[in-house]
Ligand binder design. Structure first.
Ligand code: ROI
Length: 169
């Protein structure tokens, strides 16, 4: 099985969001046939979306995986569900949101999964932590990560801590 580098974003603004994100990192480290290789810093970010929402905690992790894209998606959705994620309001508050941002150089577009993730190109709370891990990344779209970040800036975003890389199992 080939090994692919993939990036997953994490976000939470409910039920002790820092703990939600830190425990999700540990759980991602435990996914079968997958090795956690890098963690971004932990960020606090202003909510993007409608209404009155709490600030979010955001991070990105990098993995080496032997799983196919939909197998990796299944694994991260299992983790979301275990955190009691409820999908009530579109773009509303959530306990834990895990998005598969990138899977190698692949572009994927099917009923369940679009990669690169559609919204990532304009979200500083995704791109800045991604740049902590892989600053020189060129996206499969040909876009340069640093240039995108220069355009959107760091407004509403602050790094609050480092995330320890969990010991390999
Ligand atoms: N806003 C921020 N700051 N961080 C997120 O992770 C996040 N996730 C979302 C919406 C509701 C769009 N807003 C967000 O899904």
């Amino acid at each position: 099985m080939p090994v692919v580098t993939a990036y997953i974003s994490l976000g939470s603004n409910l039920d002790a969001p820092v703990q939600q994100v830190l425990s999700a990192v540990e759980e991602i480290a435990g996914i079968e046939n997958t090795e956690l290789i890098a963690t971004s810093r932990l960020y606090r970010s202003d909510p993007v979306g409608p209404g009155d929402q709490e600030d979010y905690i955001n991070a990105v992790v990098g993995v080496h995986t032997k799983l196919a894209p939909l197998q990796l998606l299944d694994a991260i959705q299992d983790i979301e569900n275990a955190h009691g994620r409820k999908r009530i309001v579109r773009w509303g508050s959530r306990t834990l949101d895990l998005d598969l941002l990138l899977y190698g150089e692949e572009t994927i577009n099917n009923e369940r999964l679009i990669v690169p993730h559609k919204e990532m190109h304009w979200r500083n709370f995704v791109l800045r932590p991604l740049a902590d891990i892989t600053p020189n990344l060129i996206l499969p779209t040909g876009q340069n990560l640093q240039k995108l970040l220069q355009t959107i800036g760091d407004e509403g975003l602050s790094a609050i801590a480092d995330i320890p890389l969990p010991e390999p199992a």
